[in-house]
Design a protein around this ligand. Structure first.
Ligand code: LLP
Length: 481
């Protein structure tokens, strides 16, 4: 059986065969390269983030709880902007990819750090505008944007609209003409590279839904259509090759193909394209198995690659853009769960499996079920020098695939009521959360300097019932508070 990961092909049945990480010597240790920067144990062994104890957070905001380490997030956003602006003569815009996690507080943080914002739905666009992101710094993605979404983007005067289909080019042209506007567009191309972690596949065949294929000629036809249209301005070309990527080689092939495409645009249409957006995809460290390069290193490498490709084709270096999502917000956030039941199962061959059930699950972290994702976990409310035991952390949903962490080392004095923390859950967790089994989605708080602030409050049952037209407002008041 195989199932696709958005960042590349992935085989589904690796689940049963992956070996757990080796038993840690000290189960209480927090690896600083995985946990957010201010996460540490206090004198009593309890974990504190941003100077706030997790026990306090659990008491004040209940669990499960997403805790954003604000200093970590701010400094990471700043580091990405700075790392890409070091090379003189190369102008680079960094757009935070809002799909990773978006809320008004995040919009303001990335705005204040000088980043732009990549949005890919009317909801994300609305959040960006309502929270005060300057429209000129918003870039609008989507392979099936609705007319309403395009109208909203045009009316707001967003800086870039990334066109993804022939139908969209026609519709956008019409909508821009109706408003007496010229829409600034990037043409999204597929360069035939799928990248994931340490591997990438370069191929001419592109079996996926996004953009226009360079290899098939549809990308050049899209460029020609945009250039011929007085209601559209060709601002640039866009390529995104995948997510959770650790090596520059995939970007190298992508940049090579994208720059060659810019060269062909110049020779076929006499137009020098002035912007190249290479998308997002920079990877982060979830566990010891992951070894992402430092941001300064990968940024310098990416800039070098594009400059070299441009020199090769004697093209002026275009304005560059990148769209990191996970790399900015992922490591900043920790999920806190409360332990409920603990069950010991004897498997075939006599092996013991310890199932630790927590008060969340696949509704707040679907990545384990969807991508076989792996995480680092720690006992959070106290220290322990007990021996490490191998556990499987599972949720409270009615599904056996409801696994939060497949193999987690926790002290063997773990007890119901303890709090556990899961690291690096800022990207694609709350943003992909669901109400499966009619659970309410967790709150998100940000912590800094010893204080916590609510970013998203916990959903109430009233929020859930609000869309059920078969329930009266009185029912909602009675049961939903
Ligand atoms: N730009 C475009 C056009 C994208 O499609 C994406 C992600 C990004 C930027 C940001 O990529 P990042 O830097 O975050 O890797 N739900 C999956 C990841 C899906 C990525 C979708 N596109 C996961 O949880 O691993």
């Amino acid at each position: 059986m195989s199932r696709p990961h958005p960042a590349g092909p992935k085989h589904g049945d690796v689940v049963a065969t992956r070996n757990p990480h080796p038993r840690p010597e000290h189960v209480d240790d927090l690896d600083a390269s995985i946990w957010s920067t201010t996460t540490r144990r206090g004198p009593d062994g309890e974990i504190r983030i941003g100077g706030v104890s997790v026990l306090q957070l659990a008491t004040d905001f209940a669990t499960p709880l997403f805790v954003i380490d604000e200093d970590d997030l701010r400094s990471r956003a700043q580091a990405y902007r700075e790392a890409f602006s070091v090379r003189s003569g190369v102008d680079v815009d960094v757009y935070y990819a809002g799909k990773a996690f978006l809320a008004s507080a995040i919009v303001r943080i990335v705005r204040d750090q000088g980043l732009g914002l990549d949005v890919c739905s009317g909801g994300e666009l609305w959040c960006a505008l309502a929270a005060g992101m300057p429209p000129s710094r918003i870039l609008f993605h989507g392979n099936n944007k609705s007319e309403d979404e395009l109208v909203a983007a045009l009316d707001a005067r967003v800086g870039r609209i990334v066109v993804d289909s022939v139908a969209e080019i026609r519709l956008l042209s019409q909508l821009a003409a109706d408003r007496g506007l010229v829409a600034p567009v990037l043409v999204r191309v597929t360069v035939g590279v799928e990248a994931h972690t340490h591997e990438f596949i370069a191929t001419a065949h592109e079996d996926q839904k996004f953009g226009f294929s360079i290899a098939s000629g549809s990308a050049m036809a899209a460029v020609a259509a945009v250039l011929a249209d007085p209601n559209l301005e060709l601002v640039g070309v866009h390529s995104h090759i995948g997510s959770q990527i650790f090596v520059a080689s995939g970007f190298e092939v992508a940049a090579h193909r994208a720059v060659r495409f810019l060269d062909r645009i110049r020779s076929e249409h006499g137009v020098v394209v002035t912007e190249l957006n290479l998308g997002g995809g920079l990877g982060i460290k979830y566990t010891d198995d992951d070894a992402p390069p430092a941001v300064a290193e990968i940024a310098a490498e990416l800039l070098e690659i594009v400059v070299a490709e441009c020199q090769r084709y004697r093209l002026p270096v275009p304005r560059l853009a990148f769209e990191p999502g996970r790399a900015i917000v992922g490591p900043s956030t920790t999920t806190i769960y409360r332990v409920g039941t603990i069950k010991r199962r004897t498997l075939e061959g006599g092996q013991q499996r310890v199932y630790v059930s927590v008060d969340g699950g696949m509704s707040d972290n679907i990545r384990t079920a969807l991508y076989d994702a792996d995480y680092t976990v720690a006992l959070a409310n106290r220290g322990s020098d007990a021996r490490a035991m191998l556990t499987r952390i599972v949720g409270k949903h009615c599904e056996s695939g409801d696994i939060v962490v497949r193999d987690a080392w926790l002290p063997d004095d773990l007890a119901p009521g303890d709090l556990i923390a899961v690291a690096a859950t800022g990207a694609y967790h709350r943003s992909m959360a669901s109400n499966y089994n009619l659970v309410t989605r967790p709150a998100v708080v940000s912590v800094a300097g010893g204080a916590a602030q609510v970013v998203l409050r916990r959903e109430s049952l009233a929020d859930l019932f609000a869309t059920d037209v078969g329930l009266s407002e009185a029912d909602v008041r009675t049961f939903g508070s």
